[in-house]
Design a protein around this ligand. Sequence first.
Ligand SMILES: NC(=O)c1ccc[n+]([C@@H]2O[C@H](COP(=O)([O-])OP(=O)(O)OC[C@H]3O[C@@H](n4cnc5c(N)ncnc54)[C@H](OP(=O)(O)O)[C@@H]3O)[C@@H](O)[C@H]2O)c1
Length: 297
Amino acid sequence: MQKIWICGANGRVGRKLTGLLRSEPVELLLTDVDSVDITVSGDVMEYAGMNRPHFIINCAGLTDLARCQREPELAFKVNALGARNLSVAARMGKARLVQFSTDDVFDGDSREPYTEFDTPGPQTIYGKSKLAGENFVREFCSRHIIIRSSWIFGAGSPYLGQILRMAEQGQVIHAAADQYAAPTGAEELAEKTVELMYHGEDGLYHVTGQGSCSRYEFAREAVRLSGTGAPVMQARGGDDDLNALRPSYSVLDNMMLRISGIALLPDWKVMLEAYMEQWRRRRQDTGMAGMDWRQGR
Ligand SMILES: NC(=O)c1ccc[n+]([C@@H]2O[C@H](COP(=O)([O-])OP(=O)(O)OC[C@H]3O[C@@H](n4cnc5c(N)ncnc54)[C@H](OP(=O)(O)O)[C@@H]3O)[C@@H](O)[C@H]2O)c1
């Protein structure tokens, strides 16, 4: 039976992958920072040596952009050194490594979607440390898949979660109308990850929802699907605390999937609709459905 080690298993993507792989005939090894800190090389080697996984999936990371700016050494320690440790462990144990990365590796100056063949130029510490992690993976582990994704929603995403909380409370939602990317459903991303692993794919893949939108368009669509009727206003990126540091344009073209003949993910609106359907059902179960925010006050 194949053994799959998921590092950062308590994170958003880690939890989705765990949920998906639980129904597969595989043995899952689940760790997070409290059990195996990926920045401690000795611990990583020991765990990998004892358990001999066939796959290592690195979902661990320091993903808080503002914290990465404040604590650059920690960002490089987790996002770069951690990836290096796992790459070395994977190479030594002949395991395949799956590394998650981000659209933040690009500078955001383009107005054309970035392909896997475009040159990165990260502007933030988060983006720089994630690119350094990618480079370590390429350097130390030849059997790897690097998956860059963007605006992952549906797995406890703080951004969508905040929008929906504010919508339920009838607050005015301000969202950047000048930041563009391709939102990606966590469930669909997890499924595509497993497909790439099982098909023995190698190398770098952009995996995102098709189409693109601004944060404002995303928030407006999410609120429309929530049925709450909360107001959504356009803001500039710099006005939106959570996202002021992000590139203004980071749409990823999924060229490698396309030229490899692998099916693309659906349009982001289709994935958001599927997620919001589940959200409405959960809300119905808790007796909040059909409640316009104006009635809820
Ligand atoms: N979410 C997105 O929109 C998005 C977009 C593009 C790419 N990605 C990439 O996808 C991957 C997963 O993202 P995510 O959103 O699932 O992140 P997340 O929710 O922040 O999860 C990261 C997990 O890693 C753990 N961790 C932190 N430091 C660690 C260490 N030293 N050793 C072991 N585990 C550690 C965290 O634990 P604590 O919470 O206790 O720190 C957390 O459980 C990351 O590589 C990220 O760059 C995410």
